[in-house]
Ligand binder design. Structure first.
Ligand SMILES: *Cc1c(COP(=O)(O)O)cnc(C)c1O
Length: 313
């Protein structure tokens, strides 16, 4: 079975980028040591620990054909030899490296129209219970308090890096999607009484919805530990760089990916990390941010780098 505990902090490295005389660091959460890493692996270990403590014996989750989340969940389930069911919308049926791996791990894919996702999940859970299984449901993208907790852990790793290196970050940038990566980081900042600015660069969702989901995730977690709620002013959810939505990218993004790969040897992808790294640079330019220490969190998705390698060239 894959190791769900005892992993060490992912590295933080200085990178070549120096826009506006800022120092750029990258936290390599893509190197989280399990199934190509990334934030979905980071979250999944917490869900599986919860699954084990609930004595569950099979997994039901949700995601598209390109989903990093589904690849990680299917991988861990396969290592534990527990059945894994993935509800996936009909609309997403092209082959990707992640969908190929999901097949390799023998997960069962249940296709349905996107409007029927919730009912299909409920139906599957009910069916499994009737068959005598104890199913465990992991929300798409690893959403929920458990996912938030995983990024609280990342925030603590960042603070520990600051303590041992003497570097203090003024900004943390990262790709924000379904919200718990950002929620965990913001909770870490609030609970640690820190000043850092945390800027989520959305890859798809727009405001007010995108920011609202992050805020709800933050307050749900804070509520669960008896801490006071926060207001929406404390969430910086930037939707200015989503282009026409999920999966859309431009030449600036592809050039950014090529540069980072050439100069630093780090793979980004056009759907998540490359898009938001480009968005971060645009944000820094338009907000006149200079002479700061900036940390970008690489949230993973390395298989997507390979899906798009041809376009990057
Ligand atoms: C899912 C994903 C994100 C977005 O994370 P959320 O917690 O859903 O906001 C960012 N980067 C990568 C590579 C992802 O797979």
């Amino acid at each position: 079975m894959l190791n769900l505990t005892n992993y060490s902090a992912t590295p933080i490295q200085l990178i070549t980028e120096n826009l506006n005389n800022n120092n750029f660091y990258m936290k390599r959460d893509d190197l989280f040591p399990l199934s190509f890493g990334g934030n979905k692996a980071r979250k999944a270990v917490h869900f599986f620990k919860d699954m084990i403590s609930n004595n569950a014996d099979c997994i039901v989750t949700y995601g598209s054909n390109a989903s990093n989340h589904c690849r990680v969940v299917a991988n861990i389930a396969a290592s534990m030899k527990v059945p894994c069911y993935i509800v996936s919308p009909n609309q997403s049926d092209s082959q990707t490296f992640n969908s190929e791996m999901v097949k390799l791990f023998n997960a069962s894919i249940i296709k349905c129209p996107i409007e029927e996702v919730n009912t299909t999940i409920k139906k599957k859970l009910k069916e499994l219970k009737l068959q005598g299984y104890i199913p465990y449901f992991i929300p798409g993208g690893g959403h929920g308090d458990i996912g938030t907790k995983a990024y609280l852990e990342v925030y603590r790793e960042i603070v520990e890096f600051e303590r041992t290196s003497g570097v203090q970050f003024d900004y943390i940038f990262h790709t924000t999607g379904t919200g718990t990566t950002q929620a965990g980081l913001v909770c870490g900042k609030i609970l640690g009484n820190d000043e850092k600015k945390i800027v989520g660069i959305s890859n798809a969702r727009r405001n007010p919805y995108g920011g609202k989901v992050v805020l709800e995730s933050i307050n749900s977690y804070l509520g669960s530990i008896g801490a006071p709620e926060i207001s929406k002013d404390e969430v910086v959810f930037i939707d200015a760089y989503t282009l026409e939505g999920y999966g859309k990218y431009n030449v600036g993004i592809l050039n950014t990916i090529e540069n980072i790969l050439r100069q630093d040897g780090i793979p980004l992808d056009p759907i998540y990390t490359g898009k938001s790294f480009w968005g971060m640079k645009e944000y820094i330019k338009s907000n006149g941010i200079k002479d700061k220490n900036v940390l970008f969190i690489h949230t993973g998705g390395t298989p997507l780098f390979f899906n798009h390698l041809k376009e990057i060239k």
